[in-house]
Ligand binder design. Structure first.
Ligand SMILES: *[C@@H]1O[C@H](CO)[C@@H](O)[C@H](O)[C@H]1NC(C)=O
Ligand SMILES: *[C@@H]1O[C@H](CO)[C@@H](O)[C@H](O)[C@H]1NC(C)=O
Ligand SMILES: *[C@@H]1O[C@H](CO)[C@@H](O)[C@H](O)[C@H]1NC(C)=O
Ligand SMILES: *[C@@H]1O[C@H](CO)[C@@H](O)[C@H](O)[C@H]1NC(C)=O
Ligand SMILES: *[C@@H]1O[C@H](CO)[C@@H](O)[C@H](O)[C@H]1NC(C)=O
Ligand SMILES: *[C@@H]1O[C@H](CO)[C@@H](O)[C@H](O)[C@H]1NC(C)=O
Ligand SMILES: *[C@@H]1O[C@H](CO)[C@@H](O)[C@H](O)[C@H]1NC(C)=O
Ligand SMILES: *[C@@H]1O[C@H](CO)[C@@H](O)[C@H](O)[C@H]1NC(C)=O
Ligand SMILES: *[C@@H]1O[C@H](CO)[C@@H](O)[C@H](O)[C@H]1NC(C)=O
Length: 885
């Protein structure tokens, strides 16, 4: 009963916060201007702000142009306002905004689709102010395609001098026949002077301080919450409605570790760093190089950001030390390199900020030379003069702005990005760069900021969908938890059938109430964890802590306490509950319940006695797993993924398959965990989903990176990396190894091609794998990591092949020619019994559902723990040692 109330309560919270935002956004007092072009009435956007139509607006004198409505609403649009209506101009037109003099953000919204009677490919236009070209010969359609986004938002910062208005001219490109201009929305947000920083320095030969011309304009290229989650406009405290993106897509090479602030720490702003500089979520999360000084010395923590050549850029680095014991000067000190030049020697955040938890930022200006789009390199490296135990670097946030006036007077426009390759003519070699040039592949220069916005809006889409679902809440009694229309079903509806099917009602039935997904009070969980005692801490990550708890006098559970600070947390909290409550499967981790008292977001899982698969592969004191055990674990995980892809009405893509998200219970049954990033939707099985790239480095599908289109085959790729990891017992990425060995997928493929893969496998497996089994297994793994998704097998095929490999191994072991490891399997016959119709995985999902569901009910997991996975959000992170460092 309690469970269905959750979305309602959360929605209320969200509505309340929206309401207060809407009131704060009173346009008369703040000077906020929101114009929904092509509309004649007011409308609200996803953040609750009211936009006025441009028809009859005082800002649109003698308005020309055609008011058009988009023929279709792309599901990725955050809201109908301002995207669904457009103003189309076939000749020059100027909006005139009477604004208070000073600096302001100007945001232009574009939804490039074929408006009635206008071909989308004909829209080429410029946007100018009397003194400045903002966009020139701009194709919103081409730019959006280049980054596979349905819409674009361009952000500029301009300083309007007193006595003048902000005049924006939309002009169709004169040198193209039949071109037109269009715009969907215009947003103006006044700000103070946020760009003049006394310590701004030029990078390179000219080390003179840089003095910012306060009258000049800028274009936002990137705004990254380093090591943290995307922050949407309404989450940007300070009232500027900025969007912050996760930095992970731009990381090159070793990804370091992400972490969030210690609980007992409050972010402190100083007079030099006003609160609006960046929200606490930006300063409260960070990325560092990692816990091992020797590794840190041997690599640079590097981001690669494509930018337009020929401009000067202002780079703002946000810093805040947020973890004990880094409290003193000369503990963590490091170098900042921009484009391979030293921007800062011996950056010591404590020196700049004055202490732990205190914020600071540094600004640098650099010229990007070249033509078209070029890569901006940002790298951090430990300072050898700091204390060796702290050889490390940290970054909390990064903003990159393109500058007017220096080098390029009165013109901020770049070229349209080249279109991405069509899949048909994409040559396999084109992607051989894989991880190394990842960031370069992502979008065009200008793409960065849009990707970032899409990330933020993603949050809102889910919230919106949730609302819709609630309205038409309709339940079915499908015991699989899948309702007729694919929406989640209150679990009480089928708890009866569950216990009927469950073989062990004696244990689970008595300790847990009838309701499968249970609501806990905060006090319950305080008791369960002795008030979240550090002694019960199992793990710690970017988005909260995981504690071992005991409920119902004796049942061990894993309690994930999400950090309530970020709204992204709310989103992933909801995703995880929604996903897990409707999914019940022997090979998926089980959610017992949740708590959302007092703005706490806590999830309670079955405790997984044997932790993560990775803990049994390398860097561990655990005894090695036998080859057969490894095969069985892979088969279990494959079965869980196969169920996600085909066993439910709408395909679910996990998006973060890795060895730390495969957990093992006390009977060594593998369970897939961490659904915070999972995607589902009615449109998912039809084609692909275009989305912001998320996942973990080393496991990421290169095609997903190139095209940002997600499909089940992305999970297949990641699973292929898992297979190699299991075989070779080494991490997916090892930044310290020679270059060609850093990426496991690349390296294993190379070894496989050269026929030497057998030499690089886990030494303890030498001589223990049946040759036929080895061939089958490596052949399957190789196909999984095929560069093009069409060349990869389905999860059903993978599962079938792994089971076949296991049989080959077993028959060889029966003949006694191999020395078997520690444990004999009790699960051999069920494996055969429950084999799915894997040859046609997607044709008849309903039969599969029934069979797998039955299986899940009987074999309900006894234990689960979400270790790395506790941070659906800290996707790219590794788990931190419970005591930090
Ligand atoms: C903004 O001002 C207009 C009049 O200029 C008014 O009609 C509208 O309601 C205001 N919007 C908000 C959100 O206050
Ligand atoms: C808006 O502000 C102006 C002064 O800037 C004031 O004259 C006017 O009355 C205000 N309008 C409303 C509706 O508050
Ligand atoms: C339209 O605007 C563009 C750019 O501002 C300008 O070059 C062009 O001359 C204008 N055309 C007319 C007819 O005013
Ligand atoms: C525009 O059309 C005219 C005649 O229809 C043609 O002569 C001219 O080459 C075209 N210009 C461009 C840029 O396509
Ligand atoms: C805007 O530019 C003027 C000079 O044109 C300068 O005096 C003023 O300080 C600037 N305002 C801001 C907020 O940068
Ligand atoms: C805050 O907590 C950390 C452990 O998370 C501890 O090391 C540190 O001493 C605590 N600091 C204060 C001021 O309580
Ligand atoms: C920086 O150095 C790396 C490796 O030496 C090189 O690949 C890259 O192009 C350089 N970047 C820039 C912007 O010069
Ligand atoms: C880190 O980057 C700097 C500047 O490009 C370069 O000089 C240095 O060799 C790099 N160090 C490593 C370990 O790659
Ligand atoms: C502005 O710069 C772009 C290239 O960056 C160029 O194509 C365009 O002609 C320039 N426009 C003006 C008016 O200078």
């Amino acid at each position: 009963m309690a469970f269905p109330a959750l979305p309602v309560t959360l929605t209320c919270l969200i509505l309340l916060s929206l309401l207060s935002l809407a009131m704060a956004a009173d346009n008369n007092s703040t000077g906020l201007i929101l114009v929904n072009c092509g509309a004649s009435v007011q409308g609200d956007d996803d953040s609750g702000r009211t936009w006025d139509g441009d028809t009859g607006s005082k800002f649109a004198p003698s308005l020309k142009g055609v008011a058009a409505t988009a023929p279709n609403q792309d599901p990725s649009l955050p809201s109908t306002v301002p995207f669904m209506t457009a103003r189309i101009f076939t000749s020059n037109y100027t909006y005139s905004f009477s604004v208070k003099p000073g600096r302001m953000f100007l945001r232009l919204y574009f939804y490039p689709v074929a408006y009635p009677n206008y071909a989308v490919s004909d829209a080429f236009f410029s946007v100018t102010t009397p003194k400045l070209v903002l966009l020139n010969d701009f194709s919103a359609s081409q730019t959006a395609q280049a980054i596979t986004s349905a819409f674009l938002v361009r952000e500029f910062s301009v300083n309007v001098s007193s006595g003048s208005s902000l005049d924006l001219t939309f002009a169709p490109s004169a040198h193209r026949n039949g071109s037109y201009a269009f715009v969907n929305g215009i947003e103006i947000v006044p700000t103070p002077d946020i760009f003049t920083a006394p310590d701004t320095r030029n990078v390179g030969d000219n080390t003179a301080p840089f003095s910012f011309d306060t009258s000049s304009s800028l274009q936002t290229m990137y705004r990254l919450n380093v090591g943290g989650q995307a922050i949407s406009p309404k989450g940007d405290l300070g009232g500027f409605y900025r969007s912050w993106a996760n930095d992970a897509p731009y990381i090159a090479g070793g990804s370091g570790v992400t972490f969030s602030k210690d609980d007992n720490l409050t972010i402190t702003y100083t007079s030099k760093v006003p609160k609006y500089t960046a929200p606490p979520d930006v300063y409260g999360t960070a990325r560092s190089m990692g816990p091992t000084a020797q590794i840190n010395l041997n690599y640079n923590l590097t981001w690669i950001l494509p930018v337009d050549a020929g401009f000067f850029y202002l780079l703002r680095f946000h810093f805040c030390e947020i973890q004990y014991p880094i409290i003193k000067i000369n503990q963590r000190s490091f170098f900042i390199y921009i484009n391979n030049q030293t921007a800062q020697e011996q950056m010591d955040v404590i020196v700049w900020s004055g202490g732990i938890g205190r914020t600071t930022y540094t600004d640098y200006v650099i010229m990007a030379a070249g033509f078209g789009q070029v890569d901006m390199w940002i790298a951090l490296h430990p300072d050898l003069s700091s204390r060796p135990e702290y050889f490390d670097a940290i970054l909390n946030g990064l903003e990159v702005f393109k500058l007017q006036n220096y080098g390029s007077p009165n013109n901020l426009s770049g070229l349209n990005p080249p279109l991405p390759q069509k899949p048909a003519d994409a040559s396999p070699s084109a992607a051989s760069g894989k991880m190394k040039s990842v960031a370069a592949i992502i979008g065009g220069a200008v793409g960065g900021f849009i990707v970032l916005l899409a990330a933020c809006f993603g949050v809102c889409i889910i919230c919106k969908r949730k609302n819709k679902k609630k309205k038409k809440k309709k339940t079915s009694k499908d015991p699989g938890g899948k309702s007729e229309d694919g929406h989640w079903t209150p679990l009480t509806e089928y708890s009866g059938s569950r216990s009927a099917m469950s073989g062990n009602t004696a244990t689970t039935g008595s300790t847990l109430p009838s309701n499968l997904c249970r609501h806990f009070t905060f006090a319950d969980l305080q008791t369960a964890t002795k008030n979240f005692d550090q002694a019960f801490l199992l793990g710690k990550g970017g988005f909260g802590n995981v504690y071992l708890g005991e409920i119902d006098s004796g049942t061990k559970v894993a309690i994930k306490r999400c950090n309530p600070m970020s709204e992204q947390g709310v989103h992933e909290f909801q995703t995880e509950i929604e996903m897990l409550s409707k999914l019940r499967h022997r090979h998926l981790v089980s959610l017992i319940g949740y708590c959302e008292d007092k703005s706490e977001m806590i999830l309670v899982y079955d405790y997984m006695a044997h932790g993560t698969l990775r803990e049994h592969l390398y860097n561990t004191k655990n005894p090695p797993l036998s080859w057969k055990q490894r095969l069985e674990i892979c088969i279990g995980a494959a079965r869980g993924l196969y169920y996600l892809h085909t066993g439910v009405k709408h395909t679910i893509i996990h998006r973060d398959v890795k060895t730390t998200n495969i957990l093992l219970d006390d009977k060594w049954v593998a369970k897939v965990s961490d659904f915070g990033l999972s995607k589902t939707g009615p449109n998912m099985d039809a084609t692909h989903v275009s989305t912001v790239v998320k996942g973990s480095f080393g496991y990421l599908d290169p095609e997903y990176f190139r095209r940002q289109q997600l499909s089940e085959k992305s999970d297949v790729y990641s699973f292929g990396v898992v297979l190699f990891e299991v075989l070779c017992a080494r991490p997916a990425l090892s930044p310290t190894l020679p270059k060609e060995q850093i990426s496991l997928a690349d390296w294993a493929l190379r070894c496989q091609k050269q026929g030497v893969l057998g030499q690089v496998i886990d030494p303890v497996l030498q001589g223990k794998i049946a040759p036929q089994c080895f061939l089958k297994f490596t052949d399957t793994a190789e196909k999984c990591v095929a560069d093009r998704s069409v060349d990869r097998p389905s999860m059903g095929d993978v599962l079938w092949n792994l089971e076949f490999a296991l049989q080959l191994q077993e028959s060889e072991e029966d003949t006694g020619s191999l020395t078997e490891g520690t444990r004999s399997s009790s699960g051999a016959s069920p494996l055969v019994m429950t084999r799915l119709q894997s040859d046609e995985p997607s044709t008849d999902a309903s039969t599969t559902t029934t069979s797998t569901t039955t299986m899940s009910m009987t074999g309900r997991s006894i234990a689960s723990m979400d270790s790395d996975g506790l941070t659906p959000s800290a996707v790219f992170s590794q788990i931190m040692h419970p005591d930090g460092r």
